[in-house]
Design a protein around this ligand. Structure first.
Ligand code: GLU
Length: 504
């Protein structure tokens, strides 16, 4: 029987999660669920210098908001825990010793100053210094120092452990997205795996954990592709079976030129973070999809399409449909351009599908803050009428304010266009007609007013346009008869009189 699929999302809590990270989590989740496997959240927090408080909470909250649940993680212990690398120190200590004992790693004692000098010297010659197969035997390490000397230096505490990259070997590593990647080991350097503070670097911790957590597929961003040869070699050094690897394409700026960064979002007014983030050091605020009133379904759908597509015409996908349709083989190699306009289109679509309870709650809150009273039934009816023109819940008020309050003024351009010299007479006659109508339903209003317009000889526009202007204050809004029926006879007549007063 094939092993159960187990994948992980392994963010480092160094700041807010970029939407690229959310996409990585999403693809992992989709892949896991498609194959009835497990999706694990692992927090890679061994780099103390880059640790940012609250970043871990932010990651968890982001996944929760997006509706991407994990099966195991820090707050959901499973049998492979702990799921935070800072709680797994002893494990890494044990495994670095395994590599040292096998001769696959070595102690290095070069001081930062010595290394800086070597770098500077190489630079002078127009070369790049690299600590690896070609020069490691001349450097300050346990590969050639006397055993006694080595012991003394280890005891002094100033050391790192480096990987001993195999010499002169050609690797052919399969990536599920890119096919085979060929690498010459002589071009690699001996990366640091462990530091004297007793903590592993990303590379060691990542491989040890993926192995112990029985991860079958590593699905992560393209920026980790350069680490792939080392990771592959580490599996070999341990004598472990490597998982499958898939490196996801970059998410590019809308222009397609370069990686999508925080600044692109600030500039063009779209968030690059799922949730708002306040930088704990600078206090700077970055906008988030949640606070900008996007629905989580929008973000999930948008991200799903950044680097993958189902190969059909269908664009709107629920999470469940994405699970069914998702296929690593259909993930693209080329970077995926972020498209803010398309994102708005998705949001508009999802707002139409949003449960009425969600729209009601948000809109009722807004009305309350504006001190406007209205019955739930009335508000619900208004939402149904205007929502097709809305992209965000926050658009509802702008689209419907005239259902709740009379216009205070009239759009000048529209007024000039539709309010003519004889409009006052027309409106006054219309007020008389309207005043006579008993059944103020939309249907009946149509039945009473339309024939009157036809008989009057004024023409439909000459009556209906100033009527709309009177009721709405502008030439926008849904069917005038719907507005009339909704606000009622008294309010309608009041607004028409006010328009006559203001515009004639
Ligand atoms: N901790 C790494 C990150 O922050 C994980 C990379 C990987 O998935 O291997 O993205």
């Amino acid at each position: 029987m094939e092993n159960k699929v187990r994948v992980r999302f392994a963010p480092s809590p160094t700041g807010p999660l970029h939407i690229g990270g959310v996409r990585t989590a999403l693809y992992n989740y989709l892949f896991a669920k498609k194959h009835k496997g497990d999706f694990i959240l692992r927090i890679e927090d061994t780099d103390q210098k880059r640790y940012v408080e609250k970043a871990e909470d932010y990651i968890v909250e982001s996944l929760n908001w997006c509706g991407i649940p994990y099966d195991e993680g820090p707050a959901k212990p499973g049998k492979y825990g702990p799921y935070k690398q800072s709680e797994r120190k002893e494990i890494y200590q044990k495994y670095i010793q395994v590599l040292l004992d096998k001769g696959e790693a070595y102690y290095a004692f070069d001081t930062p100053q010595e290394l800086d000098q070597l770098r500077a010297e190489a630079e002078k010659k127009g070369e790049k210094f690299s600590y690896g197969p070609s020069n490691r035997n001349e450097l300050n390490n346990s590969l050639h120092l006397e055993e006694e000397e080595t012991k003394k230096r280890i005891a002094s505490g100033d050391f790192v452990v480096r990987f001993k990259t195999p010499v002169n070997t050609t690797l052919n590593i399969k990536d599920e997205v890119r096919g085979y990647v060929e690498v010459q080991t002589d071009n690699l350097d001996d990366k640091i795996l462990f530091k004297s503070d007793g903590l592993p670097t990303y590379h060691l911790a990542n491989i040890v954990d993926d192995h112990l957590m029985e991860i079958t597929h590593v699905i992560r961003g393209e920026e980790w592709l350069p680490s792939l040869p080392l990771h592959y070699l580490l599996y070999e050094a341990f004598g472990w079976k490597a998982p499958s690897f898939a490196h996801l394409p970059l998410i590019l700026k809308p222009s397609g030129k370069g990686k999508l960064s925080k600044r692109d979002g600030d500039k063009d007014g779209f968030p690059v973070f799922p949730l708002q983030w306040k930088d704990p050091k600078t206090g700077d605020l970055s906008s988030g999809y949640r606070e900008d009133h996007y629905l989580p379904e929008t973000l999930v759908n948008v991200l799903a399409f950044l680097g993958w597509n189902p190969g059909t015409e269908q664009e709107l996908f629920s999470l469940e449909e994405l699970i069914q349709a998702f296929d690593l083989k259909k993930v693209n190699k080329a970077g995926a351009k972020f498209d803010p306009k398309k994102t708005l289109w998705f949001q508009q679509q999802y707002l139409q599908k949003a449960p009425i309870e969600y729209l009601m709650k948000a809109f009722m809150n807004e009305l309350e803050s504006l001190e406007i009273e209205a019955s739930e039934a009335y508000v619900e009816e208004v939402i149904h009428t205007v929502k097709e023109r809305a992209t965000f819940v926050s658009d509802l008020w702008e689209l419907s304010s005239f259902y709740f309050e009379a216009p205070q003024d009239f759009a000048p351009k529209a007024s000039k266009k539709v309010w003519k010299e004889d409009t006052e007479i027309v409106m006054k006659k219309l007020i008389e007609v309207i005043s006579e109508v008993d059944d103020f339903s939309e249907e009946n209003l149509k039945e009473e007013i339309k024939p009157w317009i036809a008989d009057s000889g004024y023409g439909f526009g000459k009556v209906m346009q100033p009527l709309r202007l009177s009721l709405v204050g502008d030439m926008k809004g849904p069917d005038v008869f719907h507005i009339l029926a909704s606000i009622g006879k008294n309010e309608a007549v009041k607004r028409m009189n006010f328009a006559i007063q203001s515009l004639s």
